[in-house]
Design a protein around this ligand. Structure first.
Ligand SMILES: Cc1cc2nc3c(=O)[nH]c(=O)nc-3n(C[C@H](O)[C@H](O)[C@H](O)COP(=O)(O)OP(=O)(O)OC[C@H]3O[C@@H](n4cnc5c(N)ncnc54)[C@H](O)[C@@H]3O)c2cc1C
Length: 293
């Protein structure tokens, strides 16, 4: 195998909330071939393969992860335009993709300007904002797993509101977005507008993992519901419900994943008690569900 495997990587360095223990094994493949070799190596060692993108919607257990955690780099983190198609590695950040799209005068990815993730993380989560999402732009994705590699269309990936049918062990190695011609100046102006909107309503420059819960059906969003439950500023250990937006948890200093999970359980309890609503978690927890959940 041409790619090395490290031990002892601390996941709190790789998650935006800044929590998480050590990964049993960690690697940074830079090509599809290296990724395929790693997936085969993990299968031989009976290790699950877990991808970390920018770690912006992940809670990793404090006790660590008994898996091979991969972070896609090199060719797997690049993006380039070809006509109206933007080809990107699964590890390409949304910022890089948006930059390439703007340089090629291709619009459609502007909504992702405030989503601090990668192309692959966007597929897995069907990330979205401002009325658009991955389902609206994704043509197909190259998925690598122990069963082999192959391209899946957006329909085959089952993209729905913050959900896909990707299973553990399936790694999005490449994506193709279909965009539409748009002048660079218009893209720039739209991005500036969306970033300003974001700054006015959500915590910025704080360690968070984005939305805690998906919005339930109906008019009352999860954030407003949790605000009405008087959760803003509520703190357990080092984790605090954002005083800015109640559907965000901030690392207020020395938070652990256990603190975040306790706060999530408390928020869910209050929403159930006050509104009779079972909030569905958006952030992905890489451990077993806490007892009683
Ligand atoms: C400040 C802030 C604002 C946010 N705003 C939004 C928003 O407006 N809309 C929104 O939808 N989300 C939002 N998020 C959440 C997050 O940015 C998105 O879900 C993003 O798409 C996650 O991408 P990632 O690369 O960081 O994935 P990670 O957080 O690293 O991983 C998320 C899940 O995807 C899996 N995954 C990651 N990469 C791959 C891959 N290549 N192949 C297969 N699986 C993979 C991981 O294993 C994990 O299960 C926000 C987060 C923050 C911190």
């Amino acid at each position: 195998m041409n790619v090395s495997v490290e031990e002892g990587m601390r996941l709190d360095r790789l998650t935006t909330i800044g929590t998480g223990g050590v990964a049993r094994a960690f690697s940074r493949p830079t090509t599809v071939v290296e990724l395929e070799q790693l997936v085969a190596w993990a299968a031989e060692h009976a290790l699950e393969v877990v991808v970390i993108g920018l770690g912006s919607n992940v809670l990793a257990p404090d006790e660590g992860v008994d898996a091979l955690v991969v972070h896609l780099e090199g060719e797997l983190a690049r993006a380039e335009a070809d006509g109206v198609v933007l080809r990107a590695g699964g590890g390409a950040s949304n910022a890089v993709c948006l930059h390439r799209a703007r340089a090629a005068e291709l619009g459609g990815l502007e909504f992702a300007c405030a989503i601090p993730g990668t192309a692959g993380g966007g597929v897995r989560m069907n990330a979205g904002a401002y009325g658009s999402d991955w389902a609206a732009i994704l043509a197909r994705a190259l998925v690598v797993s122990a069963e082999g590699s192959g391209w899946l269309t957006a329909a085959e990936l089952g993209l729905e509101y913050r959900r896909s049918t990707l299973r553990p062990g399936q790694v999005v190695a490449e994506v193709e977005y279909v965009l539409a011609p748009r002048p660079a100046a218009e893209i720039k102006a739209r991005v500036a507008e969306l970033v300003a909107q974001r700054k006015a309503t959500q915590p910025t420059n704080k360690r968070t993992f984005g939305s805690v819960f998906k919005n339930p059906p109906g008019d009352l969003g999860a954030g407003r519901m949790l605000e009405l439950c008087r959760l803003k500023g509520h703190r357990i250990g080092g984790a605090m419900v954002s005083p800015r937006h109640a559907n965000f948890i901030e690392n207020a200093g020395d938070a652990t994943t256990a603190d975040c999970l306790a706060l999530i359980a408390e928020a869910r309890r209050r929403a159930r008690e006050q509104f009779g609503v079972d909030l569905e978690q958006e952030v992905v927890y890489w451990g077993l569900p806490p007892e009683g959940d």
